[in-house]
Write a protein that binds this ligand. Structure first.
Ligand SMILES: [Zn+2]
Length: 467
């Protein structure tokens, strides 16, 4: 496919960038933003997209997704995962190394990248692994395109080695040496294992036992320790899927001290609470767990004041059979929620309509900050001329109701948000100027997405080989 000269005009919409919201037309040429112009002043185009009554935002960047590919493609794969992403207004996904086997060597990283390249319908990147056995592979994975490296402080999935504090610090020093980002799942393993043992010994198998085994302080203690170690190593660190406002306070303190600490939040931690965990049972099981309503309310403060850098899905797909096992014993439920398709529209609905977050702040939260942190700005995360024309069009008035089975492109459609009403819907998604989703359908072919890295970007310089 060549888009070298093609001109596409998105006309009549309201454009929201990371700094301003205004009535403007967007001219795209050759897959890049050519100009934002006064309405009606855009000139001749090969394709005209009527955005009257719609909002035009940079495509969202999801820095945290699990597509289970390779290894468990009965749950999801790079095609169904990125189709769901596209239908949810996401134009770049950064996928995590917890696949099977975990991506702990340079060879495994390369193989996964080449496998994914043939399957994706949006642009993608892959995080590398920060585990004790893979510390010697960090420099090699960085050279292959990994912008950051994921560590687990607790045992989460037994197949992925978690780190002791000493291993974590060693890994941080290695990541610092290459200039990368450390990403960490912060829960205290010791507190967590003790909590699970205590609840099991008491014979608890109900949904709330999942929360009680890993209350907020289990996360907060680990966030505190991770930030302390990162400050010691002088490395950039991102706390993934923050669920507690106390954790957000700790990140805010680091930022105020001038240290490069950042954080992500998932839609389920912003929109659901313990009542939902009880209602959803295993389909509300994630790690960290859903929280009490007062904590959820306080977590929104971090979104409002910009402490929370990135909205992410932490999309974790499971089959119905795997999740259903948790109805008898909640500890048998796999961890994680399948949310990539609803993440952006539902949080946009809540943030814009109910909590008064300005659209430019939402753009930073859903896109621009992720591009800056991953090192892909200004190619991604902005509508500045020269950027990739990754764009999502939203209707912020039409009401819809989440119904995963009739809406999701995921392999086993389910959502903890089933039945939720929203007034923000994705009308159309474009990746590099080409429409990949519109009218409820995916219009792109698997393999149309491109691999991204911050330093060896194969989407740069159109004629370069794809290898
Ligand atoms: Zn995750």
């Amino acid at each position: 496919m060549t888009t070298a000269g093609k001109r596409t005009l998105i006309a009549g919409g309201t454009v929201a960038t990371d700094t301003v919201v205004l009535a403007a037309d967007v001219m795209i040429q050759g897959g890049r933003i050519a100009a934002l112009t006064e309405p009606g002043a855009g000139g001749r185009a090969d394709e005209l997209i009527d955005a009257t009554g719609l909002f035009v935002l940079p495509g969202a960047i999801d820095m945290h997704a699990h597509f289970e590919d390779p290894g468990h493609t009965e749950r999801e794969d790079f095609t169904t995962g990125t189709m769901s992403a596209a239908a949810g207004g996401i134009t770049t996904v950064i996928e995590h190394p917890l696949t099977y086997p975990p991506v702990t060597t340079v060879e495994l990283y390369r193989e996964k990248r080449e496998l994914a390249r043939r399957k994706v319908v949006v642009d993608f990147a892959l995080w590398g692994a920060l585990t004790a056995p893979s510390i010697p592979a960090i420099a090699g994975q960085w050279a292959e395109g990994a912008m950051g490296f994921k560590a687990f402080m607790p045992v989460s999935d037994p197949s992925y080695p978690h780190v002791t504090d000493a291993e974590f610090l060693d890994g941080m020093r290695e990541v610092k040496a290459v200039g990368g980002l450390v990403l960490v799942h912060a829960e205290s393993d010791s507190l967590l294992q003790a909590g699970i043992a205590r609840l099991r010994a008491a014979g608890r198998t109900d949904a709330l036992a999942h929360h009680e085994s890993r209350p907020a302080f289990v996360e907060e203690e680990a966030v505190h320790r991770a930030l302390y170690l990162a400050a010691h190593a002088g490395v950039r660190i991102q706390i993934v899927h923050v669920s507690s406002p106390v954790s957000a306070d700790l990140v805010r303190d680091e930022k105020r001290a001038g240290r490069p600490a950042t954080m992500e939040i998932c839609p389920h931690h912003l929109l659901l609470d313990l009542d939902d965990l009880v209602r959803l049972g295993p389909y509300g099981v994630c790690a960290p767990a859903l929280r009490e309503r007062p904590l959820v309310e306080r977590l929104w403060d971090s979104v409002r004041d910009g402490t929370a850098d990135c909205l992410v899905s932490d999309h974790a797909a499971s089959t119905y059979a795997e999740k259903d096992a948790g109805y008898d014993d909640i500890f048998l439920s796999p961890l994680g929620c399948q949310v990539i398709q609803e993440t952006v529209p539902l949080v946009l609905d809540e943030a814009f309509h109910r909590r008064g977050l300005p659209l430019d702040a939402f753009v930073r939260f859903s896109s621009t900050n992720a591009a800056r942190i991953s090192g892909t700005y200004p190619r991604k995360g902005t509508l500045l001329p020269g950027a990739d024309a990754d764009i999502a069009l939203y209707d912020l008035e039409r009401e819809w109701v989440v119904d995963a089975r009739s809406q999701q492109f995921s392999k086993n459609p389910w959502s903890p948000f089933d039945g939720r009403r929203a007034r923000a819907s994705v009308v159309r998604t474009l990746v590099r100027g080409e429409t990949v989703y519109a009218g409820g359908e995916i219009l792109a072919q698997p393999g149309s997405g491109r691999f991204l890295s911050c330093h060896d970007d194969s989407s740069l310089g159109g004629g370069s080989p794809s290898g």
